[in-house]
Ligand binder design. Structure first.
Ligand code: NIG
Ligand code: FE
Length: 414
């Protein structure tokens, strides 16, 4: 029988507590323990011990993980990525540096459309290999759970191909992947001006197969000026919900279309981006219990203004943070950069940022019961950072401090 693991010698541990999203003054309430030890058993956290309790343990009974001088945190949960895609778009990055905007490039047939073409052209095996490499990169940053959206197919065959890649990699168990169907990511040229016909095609032709093969838990749509309107998004997401999918949406990123308000109306689990969301929309989200997922790496890469995380938390909303990893607007899963931007640009405190990266992001993908905190009975998804406290995350900015990542009790990166 496999021995239980004992994480020993730690400088500290920091974690939010509970299973539900924390907003307002609760978002910054975390527990810090000095020189604790933690026992992992059967993929779960079985005991969290104070320094004096740990002093009485027989270490020989355990497989010991030496955490000397380090800080133990809940594994980071990334609740928003476009993980599976063919090719890359570095030439568009250069175009943007020369002054062209993301939406201009998209209108010219670049942007998402160019990744769609490359994803159609990629084999299942190629996508599998590239995505596996990205998952390892995420694990090396301390990420233990990631949400993955499809949406670089826009046709049945390619959307299913992306989702099957996710399923296969989730079965491999590197890091846990939560799957979202996002066929409604862009309007294919043959459907221009007939957006609702395209959405009907997704409902009638694609989603039944997604359901049958159990390929996704959530549905998402890019509700944005020039992409899908609020009316079309409402109708589409309601149908998705009727089919048994939970809802997310890309809302109010480049313009205040009323996406936040729609998220509240249809009781989405999260509304993501929200750079331009109105106070009325955010207030409605708060009342409906919708989690705002903020994506500072996208704002950084597109040189947009940052979503006002400080304001949202002060309104009582539980802010979560995601990387938005994708080949266009955010080709990064840098937790260190995200942590720094969240504190320096969105004005979160280090404690609020930690809750945003762990418990609130776990709740944004329906995993709050099992993940996001270091508490007995939760999944043993953990990251050891090479620092004496969590305060170093934003302070030692831009530097990857993850020294070891543990997923379901197994070391997946060291
Ligand atoms: O969240 N907004 C739409 N989707 C992505 C970008 C995808 C792409 O450019 O390929 C986003 O930023
Ligand atoms: Fe996105």
């Amino acid at each position: 029988m496999e021995k239980d693991k004992l994480i020993y010698g730690l400088a500290s541990l920091a974690t939010p507590l509970g299973n539900t999203p924390k907003g307002g003054s609760e978002q910054g309430r975390i527990v810090e323990m000095i020189r604790p030890s933690v026992i992992l058993s059967g993929g779960k956290i079985s005991r969290v011990l104070s320094e004096s309790e740990a002093g009485m343990l027989e270490t020989g009974d355990y497989e010991v993980i030496d955490g000397t001088g380090m800080t133990l945190l809940p594994g980071f949960v990334d609740p928003h990525t476009h993980l599976v895609f063919g090719g890359t778009r570095e030439e568009e990055f250069s175009m943007r540096l020369r002054g062209e905007s993301y939406m201009e490039i998209m209108k010219k047939g670049g942007g998402i459309a160019s990744s769609v073409a490359k994803t159609k052209g990629a084999s299942f095996e190629d996508l599998l290999a590239t995505t596996r490499k990205h998952l390892m990169g995420m694990a090396s940053h301390g990420i233990t759970t990631v949400e993955a959206k499809s949406g670089y197919g826009l046709d049945k065959e390619t959307e299913l191909k992306q989702l099957r890649v996710v399923k296969k990699l989730n079965d491999e168990g590197i890091i846990e992947i939560v799957s979202t169907f996002m066929g409604a990511h862009s309007v294919p040229p043959e459907y221009k001006g007939r957006e609702s016909d395209f959405l009907d095609m997704l409902i009638e032709d694609v989603l039944p197969s997604v359901k049958e093969e159990d390929l996704a838990e959530f549905c998402d749509i890019f509700c944005e000026k020039g992409v899908f309107s609020v009316e079309d998004s409402r109708e589409y997401l309601k149908k998705c919900n009727d089919m048994g999918f939970r809802l997310k949406l890309h809302a109010d990123e480049m313009s205040d279309l009323g996406g936040a308000y729609l998220a509240a109306e249809i009781k989405a689990i999260s509304a993501d981006h929200l750079l331009k969301a109105s106070e009325k929309g955010l207030q409605a989200m708060k009342e409906a219990g919708v989690i705002p997922v903020l994506l500072p790496l996208t704002a950084f890469s597109l040189k947009e203004e940052y979503a006002d995380g400080r304001w949202m938390i002060d309104m009582g909303l539980p802010v979560a943070l995601g990387t938005d990893f994708n080949p266009g607007s955010s080709y990064s899963y840098s937790i260190p950069l995200m942590a720094a931007l969240a504190c320096l640009q969105m004005r979160l405190t280090p404690e609020e940022m930690l809750t945003a990266l762990t418990l609130n992001s776990a709740c944004a993908i329906g995993r709050g019961e099992r993940k996001g905190t270091i508490e007995e009975g939760k999944d043993a998804d953990l990251v050891l950072i090479d620092a004496s406290s969590y305060r170093f995350l934003p302070y030692h900015f831009g530097v990857n401090q993850a020294a070891m990542t543990i997923k379901a009790g197994k070391v997946i990166y060291t």
